[in-house]
Ligand binder design. Structure first.
Ligand SMILES: [Zn+2]
Length: 372
């Protein structure tokens, strides 16, 4: 595991600025990773991703296993080559999709039997096959197979936790590639004792990073923050912590001072395809009629390609005309905003002014632009 190492270069309160070294480059944390579910961040080329500041990109093992197939991607030279992303890549194990997307799912101690949500064909995933799929794909950071339970069902969470832990151990045993960092996943719903038990177990696996799963899945904001606070003290500080699937601007402001290092979310690109922009002054819907003659940039505080080249009136024109370019330009802006926000918080940690930076960013987000 010598190809991966994590160093913390500065700390402010519980917030950490770090460097995570991977075989495809060093990641500056905290960071926000765009999601390329199907080996593509929708509407963007890798060159555009690079230009807007992306460093780590995510892909979903479940989707790529079903189509085009992980063995096919391996034969074509692996995921980096297939999608032409030369930087670090992360794949999830498929656990989350198995429990949210797959049809007719049956879980037993050994694995999950399910039908594809695409064509109904039967499949079976075990910890060993989940590792095999991720080794075929070849991402730098890979995940153990986990069971994401409904957050309030204690009995189910207890059961799922035992399976998740047993499966993590089996993933670790099945792993053969030294150029991949396997992260264990902490589960346990909203239950503090289960979360603590899971944190202790996952820490004991001695993986190069630790993922926090099962948050932002229906629990309240306060329950999520209480869980993050608990985990901040329960988890070792010497490894990167990855909060799976969470990454709205407000979430970054809460989770970074609670010791989280890595984020991913489909939110920025999904909103972009639904005509909405995230800004430092709240959300803007490009369908608002008031934007029709607005010659100003989408976000005057943003330095992205979209904001430095196009007016709100033009973006609204694209959206109303259902032009494909709107998804590209809004995705560029939304991703740049989250990446830029994360980098600003990183710099604030280095400069020792994290609390005041969060305060002023929070005021901006709360000021919220509205249609007239
Ligand atoms: Zn912008």
């Amino acid at each position: 595991m010598t190809e991966f190492s994590f160093e913390i270069i500065a700390q402010d309160g519980r917030g950490r600025a770090g460097l995570f070294h991977t075989p495809h480059g060093t990641l500056e944390t905290p960071l926000f990773a765009p999601v390329g579910t199907q080996a593509t961040v929708k509407a963007l080329t890798p060159v555009q991703l690079r230009e807007l500041g992306a460093s780590l990109v995510l892909a979903n093992a479940y989707h790529l296993y079903l189509r085009p197939g992980d063995t096919q991607i391996a034969q074509l030279g692996g995921l980096h080559k297939f999608m032409d992303w030369s930087g670090p890549l992360l794949t999830d194990s498929g656990g989350y999709q198995l429990f949210s997307l797959a049809a007719q799912r049956e879980v037993d101690a050994d694995g999950v039997t399910f039908r594809s949500h695409l064509d109904g064909t039967p499949h079976r995933i075990t910890p060993e096959t989940a590792m095999g799929i991720q080794e075929n794909l070849g991402a730098d950071i890979v995940m153990t197979l986990d069971e994401c339970a409904e957050p309030y069902d204690r009995e189910y969470n207890r059961q799922a936790l035992e399976r998740t832990h047993a499966w993590a151990r089996r993933c670790l045993e099945a792993k053969t590639r030294a150029d991949q960092a396997l992260f264990g996943i902490v589960q346990g719903g909203i239950f503090p004792d289960l979360r603590r038990e899971s944190a202790e177990f996952v820490a004991s696996l001695d993986t190069p990073g630790i993922a926090i799963g099962g948050l932002s899945v229906g629990e309240t904001k306060n329950e999520m923050l209480a869980t993050l606070e608990l985990l901040d003290t329960a988890l070792p500080t010497d490894r990167p912590r990855y909060l799976m699937g969470v990454g709205a601007p407000g979430d970054l402001l809460e989770a970074i001072p609670r010791g989280v290092d890595l984020f991913d979310s489909v939110l920025p690109t999904r909103l972009a395809r639904n005509d909405a922009a995230l800004t430092r002054h709240g959300r803007v819907n490009l369908r608002w009629a008031t934007l029709a003659d607005d010659s100003g940039p989408l976000d005057p505080d943003c330095s992205c390609y979209t904001c430095t080249h196009f007016s709100r009136a033009y973006l609204r024109h694209l959206v109303v005309g259902r032009e494909m370019l709107s998804a590209t330009l809004l995705s560029i802006h939304n991703l740049h905003l989250l990446i830029d926000l994360t980098q600003e918080l990183r710099q604030a940690i280095i400069d020792g002014r994290l609390a005041s930076t969060i305060e002023s960013l929070r005021e901006g987000l709360a000021s919220g632009e509205r249609p007239e």
